[in-house]
Design a protein around this ligand. Structure first.
Ligand SMILES: [Zn+2]
Length: 379
């Protein structure tokens, strides 16, 4: 769609208050027998979001994007996904700080930042549904996709993307919303929110058996009327650019096209990168740029460009910000004044076999996913 190239309007949700979310320190495993282990800064660090914003500025992307202000989300929108008891519990914990569930720490006052994160993705949805922009990148924190209806989990407090999907349906009458979750971990909270619901398609590409254990297998395909609308694509550790490209081409894009959503939301975790301390995949910046282009072009084709990309995980302080900036570049491609996002490791980033080759185990995983999902989709 070349005519869209230069007239494309892209939004950016960011607010410096996101940088004040303080998850404290971190002991991997959270195990009691190691009281004297030396903690490290929490991997869900403000520095990653801060460095991402800095890169968006340096490459001219922030200037090319329309600034969209997040708002504190109210109880009504949160209640579409979360229980009243949980919302009250987060409010209580927020007085002094603590864990909003299992591994979802917030500092004092963190409840308001979590509301601003959910409100940021909702603001992104508002901007695309009203036609103010074609696409929006919501650089929010804390992330959301592990958060269940009644508890926080895995650094996530409120399920930002799930709340925003429901908002699109209630406020704008979106009949079908598609959520593509490419975070290296499984989006269990999002899956759980919509497991019975064919009006929200959930597709997750993730490392198999990583986190949370017991979630994201092929046999979890949606329940009752929702059967077929949960599409899990578990991949073996080590999968790289070539495997993700094949998954997009052979599974994700055909299923999205057949579903025909009114809006696409991406749960974008850049923790599938080769440098990530919490994942074991091998993606480079090129993969994130490529996947962004693919969903962008598909959104242009099938849903009047309505695409929201919401920040989830990504824990390499050096590399995750470049992967996220590559997403921004993918959205803004063709606009004036932007520079190509550099690959910080240069050609060496592409030296892993997984960038070019689909391994035998990944080939088998793709075949198994196609076999499973062919029950509902033409793939
Ligand atoms: Zn993750």
């Amino acid at each position: 769609m070349p005519s869209l190239r230069r007239s494309r309007r892209v939004g950016l949700v960011f607010n410096h208050r996101y940088l004040t979310h303080n998850p404290g320190q971190f002991l991997i495993g959270y195990r009691e027998p190691y009281p004297f282990a030396e903690p490290v800064p929490h991997p869900s660090s403000a520095r990653i979001a801060s460095r991402t914003k800095h890169l968006l500025d340096l490459f001219g992307l922030s200037d090319a994007m329309l600034n969209i202000e997040p708002e504190l989300i109210g109880d009504g929108a949160l209640r579409q996904i979360h229980t009243a008891e949980y919302i009250q519990r987060v409010r209580d914990i927020s007085r002094n700080g603590g864990d909003a569930g299992t591994g979802a720490p917030i500092g004092a006052g963190g409840e308001r930042i979590a509301r601003l994160a959910a409100g940021g993705v909702v603001a992104a949805v508002d901007a695309v549904m009203r036609g103010a922009v074609h696409h929006t990148y919501a650089l929010v924190r804390p992330p959301g996709h592990h958060a269940m209806s009644d508890r926080g989990m895995g650094f996530c407090v409120y399920n930002n993307v799930a709340v925003a999907a429901r908002h699109a349906q209630r406020r704008y009458g979106a009949a079908r919303v598609a959520i593509l979750d490419w975070d290296v971990h499984h989006g269990n909270g999002t899956q759980d929110a919509f497991v019975h619901d064919p009006s929200v398609l959930f597709i997750s590409i993730h490392q198999e058996d990583l986190f949370p254990i017991g979630w994201g297998s092929l046999d979890q395909g949606g329940d009752e009327q929702g059967e077929g609308y949960t599409v899990n694509i578990p991949l073996p550790a080590g999968s790289g650019n070539a495997t993700y490209a094949a998954v997009m081409e052979r599974l994700v894009l055909p299923i999205l096209r057949q579903y025909g959503p009114d809006l696409i939301i991406v749960s974008a975790g850049q923790d599938g990168s080769a440098m990530d301390p919490l994942g074991r995949m091998s993606l480079t910046t090129a993969a994130y740029r490529a996947m962004t282009r693919q969903v962008r072009d598909l959104a242009d084709e099938i849903c009047e460009s309505r695409l929201v990309i919401a920040q989830e995980g990504g824990y390499s302080e050096v590399y995750a910000p470049y992967c996220s900036a590559a997403i921004g570049e993918g959205l803004c491609e063709g606009l004036d004044g932007i520079s190509p996002v550099e690959e910080p490791y240069g050609p060496r980033a592409e030296s892993m076999p997984a960038t070019r080759v689909i391994g035998l185990d990944a080939t088998a995983a793709i075949a198994a996913a196609r076999e499973r999902h062919s029950a509902h989709w033409s793939v």
